[in-house]
Write a protein that binds this ligand. Structure first.
Ligand code: NCC
Length: 276
């Protein structure tokens, strides 16, 4: 049955995906000083065990949802990249506990990562696409984006703000499960920030409500709720295997289909709450 299938998938995710942060000791001791900037405290210690959590996708379809107060009622809220709350709080809420950002945003001047105070609160987690199953030592010699300089500058400017780097193998552990559960070959690129954020919160929280990752009745080609630009690839994926990510999340969803249609909300259990 589909319920059995969902349990099997949840256990695979729980057992095979290690949504951990890069540690200083994983970078060879003779190499680079930037690793000295990695936080000492683990993310689990920093965020503590969380109860009800919300993951807010940046999709255009969250606009006019009026979901802001529902989202803020969670113990913790995760947002992505440059997604703002100011001016949009009625639809997306005000609270930001964790912000998951990609290395492109940290590195490219046009994104103004070092200048925009949007990034200065909450816990930051950055990720960079590594070669398939590369060890940290192989990856950091040729990252997708050379983010180290800006990471270091940011940490010097904001030493008290927790700022983690996702372990480079975590995205590929998720990718393997996406591929194993898909009959055709999927793009050999890491999952979107959305999928990574969902698993990060399943690791930290008892329950995770994900908003507008699976589109509601408000589905639109408008890419982000905070921009006018339209592109269907934002919903379906081009570089990222987004369609397959969404299929998997739909399969493990525990809420009612009505909640997807009306609110764009799926409910997922935290890994602590599932027994394999
Ligand atoms: O657009 P992005 O993602 O920042 O969105 C965050 C996550 O929300 C989900 N999403 C977004 C739009 C939409 N219409 N439907 C959705 O389901 C996705 O799960 C998405 O991951 C990324 O994953 O990091 C991404 O980042 C952007 C961009 O780099 C950042 O916004 C910084 O400017 C990428 N866009 C481009 O590179 C042009 C995007 O492909 C993936």
């Amino acid at each position: 049955s589909s319920k059995l299938h969902a349990e099997k998938l949840l256990c695979e995710l729980k057992n095979k995906v290690n949504v951990t942060m890069l540690k200083r000791t994983e970078i060879p001791s003779d190499d680079s000083e930037w690793k000295e900037y990695l936080p000492v405290k683990s993310l689990g210690e920093e965020a503590r065990q969380l109860g009800r959590c919300a993951v807010v996708s940046s999709a255009g379809s969250i606009k006019s949802s009026g979901l802001g107060s529902e989202i803020d009622s969670h113990d913790a809220v995760l947002r992505f990249n440059g997604a703002p709350t100011v001016g949009y709080h009625q639809d997306v809420g005000n609270k930001t506990t964790i912000r998951l950002i990609n290395s492109q945003l940290v590195t490219l001047e046009e994104h103004q990562f070092l200048k925009n105070d949007l990034y200065n609160s909450g816990i930051l987690v950055m990720w960079d696409p590594a070669p398939y199953h590369a060890e940290p030592s192989e990856w950091y010699r040729k990252p997708d984006y050379d983010f180290f300089g800006n990471y270091k500058i940011y940490r010097q400017k904001h030493p008290d703000q927790p700022f983690y780097i996702l372990h480079p193998q975590a995205p590929w552990q998720i990718w393997d499960i996406l591929q194993e559960n898909t009959p055709e070959n999927i793009q050999p690129n890491p999952p979107s920030s959305g999928m990574l954020g969902i698993l990060l919160m399943m690791d930290l929280c008892d329950e995770v409500n994900v908003y507008e990752f699976i589109p509601s009745k408000r589905q639109t080609d408008i890419c982000h709720y905070y921009q006018k630009f339209q592109d269907r690839a934002c919903v379906m994926g081009a570089y990222h295997p987004l369609l397959f990510e969404k299929n998997l999340v739909k399969k493990i969803s525990q809420g009612e289909d009505e909640h997807i249609y009306v609110k764009g909300r799926v409910t997922l259990p935290g890994f602590r709450k599932i027994h394999c």
